[in-house]
Design a protein around this ligand. Structure first.
Ligand SMILES: [Zn+2]
Length: 646
């Protein structure tokens, strides 16, 4: 705590105050520089070579043949994964890791688990291969008996048994009851799933994550065989090629036709379903009887509308099937290749149709951003989520004429007031781990990132933005993408560097907070001297550039209304025949700045009071005021001391 102990301290404070204040005035009086600033490269610090080289993939893929049989009484799966692994990386491998995620998922009475029974070569020898299991991060490593060189293949089989988590509301579960026709067996991450190698992390063996999605997979061909008790309805990744009834069981064979990143299936005796075909894609919705009132006809219409819009906007969905399946979960929904899940709890929500549409559109959008164009969801989880939240709003704009139709509350209000209420930084370009540490993963990935994509659209124009997204899709379909790939695609269409946009908006910790550093009118020359700076600039790595609406008022009303670029500290000289009364930066619902309240969408400066008297600087006037003040205080102090001695 700072305590004033004597009059000398008081003098020091007054003099310091004077010097500081005078210093500001001095800054205010430095020669003006009237550079009309434009958007452009600022201070990029990232080296493009820091980006990882992710794949040598020349169109060849691994091939997996997965067979599982569901025992509905025990909620277990007996399975065989036949692996034909293609090394698309520039390194030799002697062992290969697989995720065995089930034991990381939520449960009520019994944990999920994948037990590895054996690993053996696929050839006639059926030779056993050694393997290690690491339960702490839910991985297993298969030891190869030869060195796997780049662009070479290796074949082996993993025999496993999987137990679904009982009752939990997570990515896999057996949940619900038979008596009310509500039981579903949902299987995701239920088999040993190959990890991804990249030059950034090496092998990505991250454990199952409670916040965010840990799913980062290479594309692969799958043949998917499922056996279930007779009478179950099965929804699965891929086209149904064969269905054979065999006594008490039914055998299904699904083929996604094109490479996918993983496969999933869900089975229930009670599923209702609606089906339709659009653009050659069979779209099917699966839901429980209790939700018929909500899902019937509605869900499939939403899915078809989303599929048609995103086909047209980004590029063609190549698979023959798309399933929308009801699930038990704490999330709104979850995406997998060719099949997405939507929470059954919507039945109880307010405005359930609104949410049903919003979540179906979101999860359908992940077919483009997550599956067809993949990304490391641990290190760059905001990329697919940000794009998908953006496209959900874009769907709202196309179908309801309002980009904010599905935003609750509007992203702009949440983002501009986030720091004020949460006291946290909000850098988007961060790993899930970093975002979790900052307690802002959902905010950065689901709210700020889509708003920044929208800002990019409004900055470079709708046509350039959408053409850039289509180019990004065509360049990265079936591959893994980085934010820098998206930037490069946008730059190809835009025609010049977009560092000035991407670096500050994705990498800075704080939003801009503008301030009138100088705002003075020179009556002799009839010029307004205006300098605006960004108070957040010292806290950030990059300088922001954006257009802000400048309003100038004089005694007769609005004298000037224009959009000006603010690139860091920006100075303007503006000719005005009348002395302005006030100058305002109006943020409206466009400009991204830090606000204290969503309702205070501007800053302004009054010019009513003269800051100079002809012939005198205000600092000199202050000096004249302060010296007598110090003298009076001093005299008063001496008198007090004299009295105390009496
Ligand atoms: Zn999502």
């Amino acid at each position: 705590m700072f305590i004033i102990r004597s009059k000398y301290h008081l003098y020091c404070i007054i003099i310091s105050f004077y010097l500081c204040f005078n210093g500001f005035l001095y800054i205010d009086q430095v020669p003006k520089f009237s550079n009309e600033t434009i958007a452009g490269p600022n201070n990029p610090k990232l080296d493009a070579n820091e980006n990882p080289k992710l794949s040598l993939n020349g169109g060849e893929y691994s091939h997996y043949n997965l067979s599982v049989q569901l025992d509905d009484l025990t909620s277990t799966l007996t399975g065989v994964l036949k692996v034909d692994f293609y090394n698309n990386d520039p390194v030799n491998f002697t062992k290969l890791p697989f995720h065995i995620y089930l034991s990381g998922m939520a449960f009520i009475s019994r944990s999920g688990i994948i037990d590895i029974i054996s690993v053996n070569k696929s050839d006639i020898s059926k030779k056993s291969l050694a393997y290690d299991e690491y339960p702490a991060n839910q991985t297993m490593w298969v030891h190869l008996d030869t060195i796997l060189e780049p662009l070479q293949r290796v074949q082996f089989e993993i025999n496993f048994s999987a137990t679904l988590p009982d009752g939990g509301m997570d990515r896999s579960n057996s949940h619900g009851d038979d008596f009310d026709h509500s039981r579903i067996y949902k299987c995701a991450g239920f088999y040993p799933t190959p990890c991804v190698y990249d030059s950034y992390d090496g092998w990505n063996t991250d454990p199952y994550l409670w916040v965010g999605d840990p799913f980062y997979y290479d594309m692969a061909y799958y043949d998917f065989y499922i056996t279930v008790p007779k009478g179950m309805v099965v929804a699965a990744t891929g086209e149904l090629v064969q269905k054979i009834d065999d006594g008490d069981f039914t055998h299904y064979y699904f083929d996604p036709i094109h490479p996918v990143r993983e496969v999933t299936f869900s089975a229930s005796k009670y599923f209702y379903y609606d089906s339709d075909t659009v653009n050659g894609v069979n779209v099917t919705t699966y839901y429980l009887p209790k939700s018929q009132f909500l899902w019937e006809n509605n869900a499939i219409n939403y899915a078809i509308q989303a599929l048609e819009l995103f086909n047209e906007t980004f590029g063609e969905y190549p698979y023959p099937t798309l399933n929308i399946v009801q699930e038990y979960t704490h999330h709104g929904g979850m995406e997998y290749p060719c099949q997405v899940y939507i929470t059954e709890s919507l039945d109880e929500w307010d405005y359930p149709l609104f949410w049903l549409e919003s979540i179906i559109v979101h999860e359908t959008g992940h077919q483009w951003w997550y599956n067809l164009v993949g990304n490391d969801e641990v290190d760059w989880g905001f990329l697919d989520e940000g794009l998908v939240c953006w496209l959900t709003s874009y769907y709202g704009e196309i179908n309801y004429g309002n980009w904010e139709f599905f935003q609750y509350p509007p992203y702009i209000d949440k983002v501009r007031t986030y720091y004020t209420f949460e006291g946290l930084s909000s850098k988007i370009n961060a790993s899930v781990y970093d975002a979790v540490n900052a307690s802002n993963y959902y905010y950065t990935a689901y709210t700020k990132a889509p708003l920044i994509f929208e800002k990019l659209r409004r900055s470079i124009g709708n046509t350039i933005f959408l053409t850039g997204l289509r180019l990004f899709y065509s360049q990265k379909v079936y591959k893994i993408a980085l934010l820098s790939d998206l930037q490069q695609a946008m730059e190809s269409v835009y025609g010049s560097s977009l560092d000035w946009f991407f670096f500050p908006w994705f990498d800075n910790f704080y939003l801009p907070k503008y301030n009138f550093l100088e705002c003075s009118y020179d009556g002799n020359q009839q010029i307004l001297n205006l300098t605006i700076n960004d108070l957040s600039e010292p806290l950030n790595d990059y300088i922001y550039s954006q257009q802000v609406q400048l309003l100038i008022y004089d005694s007769s009303g609005l004298a000037l209304d224009e959009w000006m670029w603010i690139n860091g500290t920006t100075a303007r000289t503006i000719s005005l025949s009348n002395k302005p009364k006030k100058v305002r930066l109006e943020y409206g619902d466009e400009v991204l700045v830090q606000l204290y309240s969503e309702y205070e969408t501007y800053i302004e400066k009054e010019l009513e009071k003269p800051d100079k008297i002809s012939g005198y600087g205000i600092s000199i006037l202050l000096l004249f005021c302060l010296v007598p003040l110090i003298y009076i205080i001093s005299k008063f102090s001496i008198n007090q001391k004299k009295k105390s001695k009496i």
